[in-house]
Unconditional design. Sequence first.
Length: 185
Amino acid sequence: MRDFAFTRPSRWFRTAAAATALSAALLTTSTSSAVAELPVPHGPDTAIVILGYGLLPDGGMRPELIERLSAGYVSALVSPASPIIVTGGNPQADVTEARAMADWLTARGIPPERVHLEPDARSTVENAELSAAVMAELGSHDAVLITSSDHMPRAVATFAAAGVRVTDTCTPDDLPYTALFTPMP
């Protein structure tokens, strides 16, 4: 009978073990440096403002817009008293970004009366200026901005220039993976 205690592990086993150790180290390193958390809850005086992203020619949504909406959806669930403003014009196939976003949110159970459309903005500057007007109508004093990570610095500066007090931000990258990709109704 062969004694396995002193047998050298096979090359395949050593490679598999090394790959497993490397994967574990990479996962630990990437999650320990920036732990994703759920958004901070806000009340009725804080609007959740979700910035649009260009639609497909048929009026469908691009993946980046769906990611923004997923972040906005999680923020809306965490802050159930906050009004939601979806901002974006640029219609494709007679559908504005705001309409497509509102339909997406309400299809997932967000009450339609919480969702306020700003369907005319054609740029980040117009998103800010026109959303500020909607916020004034709603009596909202500050905003949580929802957009993509690479767009956030410009969006915050633009909203501040439009007189909007940005109290918080949220991007798809800020959220736990499971919050974004758990199947929603």
